[in-house]
Design a protein. Structure first.
Length: 249
């Protein structure tokens, strides 16, 4: 009789665990989506929109669709970065720890818009915003209680981060509104936050955005040089000099 009761308790616990897992998995997509759209703007200083987020809690996989990073005030193009699809592989057990271990992130065919002119551009401004938040120790907390505010934020480890098939739309002021679309080389980052307690969401954003803007700057610089050979009378060389050092942070 005691064995039957014990087995009944065990079965009941298993059912409760499975029910809890299914419930968490069902609501997790919406929770993470809202979190990205709420915290992202605090780090970047621009709007962040996400069409769809699907998380497989048991398989440790996630799929992100329709990620749109807006532009700072004063810029006319619709967005700075647009990602159609990103695949993420996560250690599922790490989700419940202080350090979330992300095995891989693959961002496919993102579209980056470079809009700017003499000494300033949209990507440089977003990078400035992120650096400012990083120097302040992270985005401001929205927690209303002292206990919640004292709780440390999750940190991350990203073993492999790949951006492939990216294109940059170059919209330069001062050359008659000419726009050019060029491919970006593959961007591959590894072992982010692998040592120690990991890195914050702000620092992860800073590192990946810095890699992206640096690669974009090289493509833009070459494009301006090529344009300068054929349009010296349009002052392209002056624009090139003004853009120098925008991505130094």
């Amino acid at each position: 009789m005691k064995k039957m009761i014990l087995w009944g308790v065990v079965v009941g616990l298993v059912v409760l665990i499975l029910a809890a897992t299914i419930t968490v998995a069902f609501f997790l997509d919406g929770i993470v989506k809202k979190g990205v759209e709420a915290v992202g703007p605090k780090i970047t200083g621009v709007s962040i929109k996400l069409d769809e987020m699907h998380i497989g809690l048991l398989t440790g996989s996630a799929r992100v669709k329709g990620l749109l990073v807006g532009n700072p005030d004063g810029y006319k193009t619709p967005s700075a970065i647009s990602v159609g699809l990103a695949e993420v592989g996560v250690d599922p057990f790490s989700v419940f720890s202080d350090k979330i271990v992300i095995r891989s992130i693959v961002v496919e065919a993102p579209e980056i818009t470079f809009e700017g002119g003499l000494g300033a551009n949209n990507l440089g401004k977003i990078m400035e915003n992120v650096n400012s938040v990083a120097q302040a120790g992270g985005p401001p907390s929205t927690n209303t209680t002292t206990k919640a505010a004292a709780k440390p934020a999750k940190k991350f480890e990203v073993d492999d981060f790949l951006i492939t098939g990216a294109k940059v739309h170059i919209s330069l002021t001062g050359i008659g509104g000419k726009e050019i679309t060029l491919p970006l080389p593959e961007i591959h980052l590894t072992n982010l936050g692998k040592d120690g307690a990991g890195i914050t969401a702000t620092d992860l954003t800073r590192r990946t955005l810095n890699a992206l803007t640096t690669a974009t700057a090289k493509v833009v610089s070459k494009a301006i040089t090529d344009l300068g050979r054929n349009a010296a009378n349009m002052g392209v060389s002056k624009i090139k000099n003004g853009l120098g050092g925008l991505f130094g942070n």
